[in-house]
Write a protein that binds this ligand. Structure first.
Ligand SMILES: Nc1ncnc2c1ncn2[C@@H]1O[C@H](COP(=O)(O)OP(=O)(O)OP(=O)(O)O)[C@@H](O)[C@H]1O
Ligand SMILES: O=C(O)[C@@H](O)C(=O)CO
Length: 413
């Protein structure tokens, strides 16, 4: 194994696995800390955690356990994958997890870069942009769990760590990999990396391929396989692996409240997709039940969509009554229960929107590992679970995907 990755949520793990597979690596994605350190002939293993919004101690412990397994499997380099919108709170979990991994690896310097230009995430002078907006002006300011109100990543990360946080600005990246490598060699702690294009990411790939620990979104991995190839670690052109989606009925489940997901839902409704909208308050007081949701799915004449996605005002109202965490958990458990019951009734194809939501659904489905299939939109592939009853799973990061995602995805199977 060359690269061992630890992702703080499931859709993020899939996003990274797709990036590595597309650049020619044999990748396996596992869900949760794997029991064994045997990953067959995988050149990269991405361990998907659900640690983005857990208490800091829990997130650190889970990530360290994953690291130990990846080290045992012989990973040459470790990658901590977090969101391209740097989803975190002043407590963490990006900083504390990264610091713990650094300590375990005996390393005193690492880099941090959430840039993913194909999805509009760029970092310039240490400030994160989402499309043309600063992160703090983007819809991420209203995220239900990790509202992002500061775009200055040096400042954001400095609040979360005890080590110093510096910046390698775009002029250094434009000067090439050697210039970046020199700055890293002279630094201690964390270095935020600017990157505004895929070409920047390829320069960075070459500059960082020998560091023990990398931290970033999936974009930072763009140039790694090529850099590994140059070092002779990765051989072969990386032929696309076979992908056969299991046959069977399908369902779509959305718990993401992102602007992108809400737009995709509106598009699906306009296209005639049968929908059921969930309300956390109605789930809490028993007015909405899993049985009723299953009846809705059974009665649907086309692939149905169940969603709890709501605009920021609705989310705030639900959270004011239930509390932020309970509102989220109610929806996640509900969708997980629905998914499990549908699998038991023969459903084999699941499209899920939202990282936390995907974590809950995939856990409920008992999926422990998956292979990467065709890309639906940047950062979102179809996957197929490994094991006795394979399931086709599309796990969409909240903010990813074109407007027609919920209808287009099915045409790729
Ligand atoms: N109507 C609602 N009111 C309050 N919370 C909600 C509502 N609908 C969903 N949630 C919760 O909001 C959270 C959304 O997080 P999730 O990670 O699934 O989506 P996302 O943040 O848009 O996606 P990603 O993490 O991939 O960017 C979940 O915990 C979900 O249960
Ligand atoms: O990096 C991203 O934006 C996504 O892979 C993600 O982590 C969403 O939860």
């Amino acid at each position: 194994m060359i690269l061992g990755a630890i992702a703080d949520d499931l859709t993020g793990a899939t996003d990274l696995a797709l990036m590595l597979a597309r650049e020619g690596m044999r990748v396996v994605q596992v869900v949760g800390v794997p029991d064994s350190a045997d990953f067959g002939d995988a050149e990269a293993v991405v361990v998907a955690m659900k640690s983005r919004t857990n208490p800091v101690d829990e997130a650190v412990a889970m990530s360290r356990a994953a690291l130990a397994r990846l080290q045992k499997a012989g990973a040459r380099q470790i990658y901590f994958k977090y969101c391209s919108t740097f989803d975190s709170t002043p407590q963490g979990n990006i900083g504390p997890v990264a610091e713990a991994l650094m300590a375990d690896l005996g390393s005193d310097v690492t880099v941090a870069c959430p840039a993913f230009p194909a999805n509009g995430r760029t970092v310039f002078n240490g400030h994160l942009f989402v499309g043309r907006q600063l992160l703090s002006d983007s819809p991420m300011k209203d995220h239900p769990l990790t509202p992002m109100t500061n775009s200055d990543l040096v400042a954001v990360l400095a609040e979360q760590v005890s080590a110093p946080v510096g910046l390698i600005a775009h002029d250094s990246i434009a000067a090439g990999a050697e210039a970046v490598r020199t700055q890293i060699a002279e630094a201690k702690g964390f270095l935020i990396l600017d990157a505004i294009t895929d070409a920047d990411l390829r320069v960075l790939g070459e500059a960082i391929a020998d560091l023990p620990l990398l931290t970033g979104g999936s974009g930072l991995a763009l140039g790694l396989p090529e850099a590994y190839r140059r070092r002779g670690w990765l051989t072969g052109a990386g032929e696309a692996e076979d992908f056969a989606a299991p046959e069977g009925p399908a369902v779509m489940l959305a718990g993401s409240c992102s602007k992108a997901t809400r737009g995709q839902i509106a598009h699906a409704i306009a296209a005639g997709v049968p929908v059921l909208k969930l309300d956390p308050l109605a789930i809490a007081d028993g007015r909405q039940t899993v049985d009723a949701a299953l009846d809705f799915v059974t009665a649907a004449t086309a692939t149905p969509l169940i969603y709890s996605s709501a605009d920021p005002d609705e989310v705030r109202a639900a959270q004011a009554t239930l509390g932020r965490d309970r509102a989220g958990e109610l929806v996640e458990h509900f969708l997980g229960d629905v998914a499990r019951s549908l699998r038991d009734r023969g459903f084999r194809r699941f499209l899920v929107a939202g990282g936390e939501t995907s974590g809950a659904v995939v856990t409920a489905l008992g999926v422990s590992a998956m292979k990467i299939g065709p890309e639906i939109d940047p950062g979102v592939p179809w996957t197929v679970s490994l094991g006795d009853t394979p399931l086709a799973l599309a796990l969409k990061s909240g903010n990813f995907g074109a407007e027609d995602f919920f209808t287009k995805a099915w045409t790729l199977l």
